[in-house]
Design a protein around this ligand. Structure first.
Ligand code: ADP
Length: 491
């Protein structure tokens, strides 16, 4: 019996042991499960924290982005507003009027460097009372070395970042009475450079990278606008100077012209009176020579007759020259009225060809006239235009060797008729062409040693053409020939 009890006790104990073992096993499993749950919970907690942190950061970034966008928006408006401003003071007045406060800075300054005075001057001050800008200015000028270095380095200083060798954050805050700030150089190509300062007393405000970027953009914009204004000022000033110079030169020129006019009138008067004075004795000389030649004072021996004929010929040339001189001076002084009438250009040209026919034949020179129908009728003074043709065709004849050609051509453009007198003569050296129409000018060459002349013909022709509101010019090549062209009005 006791054995049975013992056995049943043992079985019970064993069963209990097995049961307990199973329980312990289960407990261990539960424990395992709890610890894995714990670590999952911790992980989740970690993740939740991360999500919260990310969310906060996202919010901050969003906030900054919003700030940046609104800042850029303000800058765009400002840029539009000042870009057309061409006066330095007005540029800063506009910036100060609203924009800087809108950007979130209640205190600001703009300083520019005056190179002559070697000091900074205030262009803008916002958020300070009347006496403070002077104080800030004197302290800025005391530390001008720092600011000049900052400007030349092109770096931005702020309460978050101050470059090497710049004033300490505490000192800047103290000078400008702010808690956070940005100082940014104004880069200008033209004239004085400077810097812009913005700051706030708000302890909450922390200067961000975005704000620094915005102020840098603003400073660049100011620099560009200042450049524009200064360039405009420069251009405007040089234009003013130019206008003054032009006015002065015009005045001098008109004085000189007056003087030239007076001298020219004196010259014309002189030539005119001398010519008149010469005419009378010349007429007498010619008269006496004619009487002597006619034998009215007795028979004239052959030798004397030859000399008398020379006197007669030279007198004719002199009369011719005196007449030309008189005409030039009379046309110059406006004493000759051109009697304009409708003329047949072809008729004038043929008349001249007729007049020169003997000499043309003697030198075997062909004379061609080509005047189209629409160029026939011109408005001109008959006798004066005949002189033009005689002079030009006469010269062509004089300066063209035997067997050459002379042509008179015309063409029309609108109401203007251009006449060209072309020859195949000796031509005129280039350096002489510009002086041809001056009085008494003759080309110095061997041909002119033989060919007689006064150098007055072309001067007279030019005066006549100009009195008809026309122009005259020459094109010539040595050994090839010359073309004298002039214009007249169509009838
Ligand atoms: P002149 O014929 O009396 O010398 P002009 O005033 O008519 O005076 O001409 C001035 C000069 O221009 C002439 O001396 C001559 O050297 C040059 N000249 C004019 N016409 C011609 C021409 N058709 N060919 C070459 N030279 C010319």
């Amino acid at each position: 019996m006791p054995n049975l009890i013992f056995i049943s006790f043992c079985v019970t104990i064993a069963a209990l042991g097995v049961f307990l073992l199973a329980k312990v096993q289960k407990l261990k499993e539960k424990e395992k499960q709890i610890s894995s749950l714990k670590s999952s919970l911790e992980e989740m907690d970690e993740q939740a924290k991360l999500i919260m942190r990310t969310d906060m950061e996202l919010n901050k970034t969003q906030e900054e982005l919003d700030k940046k966008i609104s800042g850029l928006d303000i800058l765009q408006k400002l840029s539009k507003d000042i870009s057309t401003t061409l006066e330095e003071k007005q540029i800063f007045r506009k910036i100060g009027s609203e924009y800087l406060e809108e950007l979130g800075f209640e205190k600001s300054f703009a300083f520019l460097w005056n190179d002559l005075k070697r000091e900074f001057y205030v262009c803008l001050s916002l958020g300070y009372d009347e006496t403070e800008p002077e104080k800030v200015k004197s302290s800025v000028n005391k530390d001008k070395g720092y600011y000049l270095e900052l400007i030349s380095s092109g770096k931005t200083a702020s309460s978050v970042f101050t470059p090497d060798n710049f004033l300490t954050k505490e000192k800047v805050c103290n000078i400008y009475q702010v808690r956070s700030f940005i100082i940014c150089p104004i880069p200008a190509q033209e004239g004085d450079q400077g810097f812009i300062f913005v700051g706030t007393q708000n302890i909450e405000t922390h200067i961000t990278e975005g704000e620094q970027e915005l102020i840098t953009i603003l400073a660049n914009q100011i620099g560009q606008t200042l450049d524009n204004a200064r360039l405009f000022e420069k251009t405007w000033r040089s234009q003013q100077e130019l206008e003054i110079k032009v006015e002065e030169r015009t005045r001098q020129l008109s004085q000189a012209l007056d003087e030239v006019g007076k001298v020219s009138k004196r010259k014309s008067d002189f030539i005119s009176s001398v010519s008149h004075e010469l005419r009378t004795p010349l007429t007498s000389i010619k008269g006496y020579a004619a009487i002597l030649l006619a034998g009215k004072l007795g028979a004239v021996p052959e030798e004397i007759r030859i000399r008398l004929e020379k006197i007669n010929r030279h007198s004719d040339e002199l009369v011719h020259m005196v007449n030309d001189l008189l005409d030039i001076s009379r046309i110059e002084s406006g004493k000759v009225n051109m009697k304009l009438e409708t003329l047949d250009l072809n008729y004038v040209a043929e008349k001249v060809a007729d007049l020169l026919s003997e000499q043309l034949k003697a030198k075997n020179i062909a004379f061609g006239i080509n005047i189209p129908e629409d160029c026939r009728n011109i408005l001109a003074d008959r006798s004066q235009i005949e002189r033009v043709f005689i002079n030009l065709a006469g010269n062509a004849l004089k300066f063209t060797p035997e067997n050459g050609k002379i042509n008179i051509n015309a063409h029309r453009s609108g109401r203007v008729i251009q006449v060209d007198v072309t020859d195949t003569g000796f031509g005129i050296p280039e350096d002489a062409q510009g002086k041809l129409f001056q009085e008494f000018f003759r080309v110095e060459n061997a041909i002119n040693q033989e060919v007689k002349g006064t150098g007055l013909g072309l001067a007279l022709v030019k005066h006549i053409i100009e009195a008809h509101q026309g122009r005259i010019w020459v094109k010539s090549k040595l050994s090839e020939g010359s073309t004298f062209s002039f214009t007249l009005n169509a009838a």
